[in-house]
Design a protein around this ligand. Structure first.
Ligand SMILES: NC(=O)c1ccc[n+]([C@@H]2O[C@H](COP(=O)([O-])OP(=O)(O)OC[C@H]3O[C@@H](n4cnc5c(N)ncnc54)[C@H](O)[C@@H]3O)[C@@H](O)[C@H]2O)c1
Length: 261
């Protein structure tokens, strides 16, 4: 499915990113992994880098080859390190890396953003999401959070709300659209990776357990990786600006309850 493609994948040292890198290689892709930590599995190509700052993103971009087929933005934080760091990694760093990589992506290439069901509040919080996604470049996130009165506990859901809104915006942004680069999101529910324990602290056991009960089990990294890689593939050529719920039916179950059908 991915033979001959070069795919840049962030967050490869753990969980969903690690499994996505492994599967991409099995499907024929050449994988370039990025993570702030060194991965334990062997990767043909790995860049140790930090997407939480403009300098970190620039350093990663400097080390990339001239041509790439896709970027899978998987790296993320749970919110337990505070709102500034969470917004910096989950949104502003991800967006800065995507913008830096865009000129190297071939025509018809793809960007896949791993968002979350936790970001589905973007419609209810639309004005805030519009304001914050309109901030260009890589802002001083600490200052931004203070100016907008953002609370630490909002960090994770807010970062994913911004990411879902930006995914739709980016699909129509000339930087990507003019060269046929598709921008899509994948939104998992709870997935058994190291971050899940942190979500229990940030979101509470009740929320996590209720989500798992609705669909019978937590997802695994192996459940999410194929969805990310399908969106990287040419089979997804007519899918753009979309969010693919990859959650065992969790969104449908919540919609049924909230909307009463
Ligand atoms: N696991 C879940 O329940 C779940 C649910 C919904 C969405 N997600 C999303 O899936 C993505 C992957 O999460 P995961 O479950 O694999 O978690 P994980 O903690 O296992 O992996 C996250 C990876 O991101 C890397 N990373 C963190 N900060 C970084 C930085 N500044 N620069 C570069 N790399 C950095 C970490 O080192 C780690 O390897 C995240 O965006 C997360 O928000 C996870």
């Amino acid at each position: 499915m991915l033979f001959g493609k070069t795919i840049l994948i962030t967050g490869v040292a753990s969980g969903i990113g690690a499994r996505t890198a492994e599967l991409a290689a099995q499907l024929g892709a050449e994988v370039i992994g990025v993570d702030v930590r060194a991965p334990s599995q062997h990767l043909a190509s790995f860049i140790q880098g930090d997407i939480s700052s403009a300098d970190g993103v620039a350093e990663i971009a400097r080390r990339l080859p001239k041509r790439l087929d896709a970027l899978a933005n998987v790296a993320g934080l749970s919110g337990n390190t505070g709102i500034a760091q969470t917004l910096a990694v989950n949104f502003f760093g991800l967006r800065a890396l995507s913008e830096a990589v865009a000129p190297r992506l071939r025509e018809g290439g793809a960007i896949i953003n791993v968002a979350s069901i936790a970001g589905y509040g973007w419609r209810a919080n639309l004005d805030r999401a519009k304001r914050l996604t309109s901030v260009e470049g890589f802002p001083d996130v600490e200052k931004l959070a203070a100016e907008h009165g953002l609370k630490n506990e909002e960090g994770y859901p807010l970062s994913k709300e911004l990411l879902l809104l930006w995914t739709m915006r980016a699909a129509h942004q000339p930087l990507f659209k003019d060269r046929g680069i598709r921008v899509n999101a994948v939104s998992p529910g709870p997935v058994e990776t190291p971050i899940l324990q942190q979500f229990r602290t940030v979101l509470g056991d009740a929320r996590v357990d209720s989500d798992i009960t609705r669909v019978g089990r937590a997802g695994t990294a192996a459940d999410i990786a194929p969805a990310i890689l399908f969106l990287c593939s040419d089979g997804a050529r007519w899918i753009n600006g979309a969010n693919l719920a990859t959650d065992g039916g969790l969104e449908a179950s919540i919609n049924a309850e909230v909307l009463g059908f």
